[in-house]
Design a protein around this ligand. Sequence first.
Ligand code: ADP
Length: 296
Amino acid sequence: DLLVVGSANADLVIGVERRPAAGETVLGSDLAVHPGGKGANQAVAAARLGARTALLARVGDDAHGRLLLDSQRTAGVDTTGVLTGGAPTGVALITVDPSGDNSIVVSPGANARLTPEDVRAAAGLLTRARVVSAQLEVPLETVVEAVRQLAPGSRFVLNPSPPRPLPQELLDACDPLIVNEHEARVILGAGQAGSTPEDWARALLARGPRSVVVTLGAEGALVASAEGLTRVPSLKVDAVDTTGAGDAFAAALAWRLGAGVPLAEAAAYAARVGAAAVTKPGAQESYPTAAEVEAL
Ligand code: ADP
């Protein structure tokens, strides 16, 4: 089974002609409310593909929390690990201007209250998990606890987003560490990144992870491990909306790794899933089934 440890947010989206200045009010479009957050996105993406998936997360006892539980259940995710209460559900307030540029304010809310104790209390889910997949929209110490509670022989996959310097214990556990260019640069630190994806992959691998995957948008991905570097091509698709593509990629990769597929092959499959996800608007709404990935 796949266990996703991470965030669940309600994305509140309003289209605007332009952003308000301080003290100003602008009128926008009708409000659209979408289930989101990297943890919730990953769990839905994996379950849509057919993975047996559980989510360990925290939402508020409110309407947004119910929306998130609903979307998880509809996708077939085991939600026994979705805890309720402690703070309002996390929210992303998103304004989109006519050129498609986003301005986003995130209120982590209940995500910030997902504790190491919550991870220890989810022992049953961790025991069943062949792969645990995490991101960084919940407290770092909670993600570190997930590594400490990993069942023997299980695998840990991390997409360090939003990026920050990582403790050695976390770096050492990653197999793989999945980063885009921005995340690679932040984790490596200023002036240490080099200039090519190959440079980033080698430098990150030297920091301790057993493997590294650098995602490159329309260029696909680069896989690095002790066996060397492998380029994974992308499919040529008409990109409509790249929101949540990275989450779909990470989820698909974690699922295939759990099925015993070698890293480069799993990444090639994940790139197809990422490509499918960019052909439709939205995040969770854009995630393909396994049949749709085959048909691409
Ligand atoms: P993030 O959203 O985290 O920045 P990327 O933009 O690298 O991640 O996208 C993740 C994966 O989704 C890529 O590795 C690729 O496989 C797929 N993908 C993203 N954008 C495109 C695109 N325009 N065309 C085809 N595949 C894409």
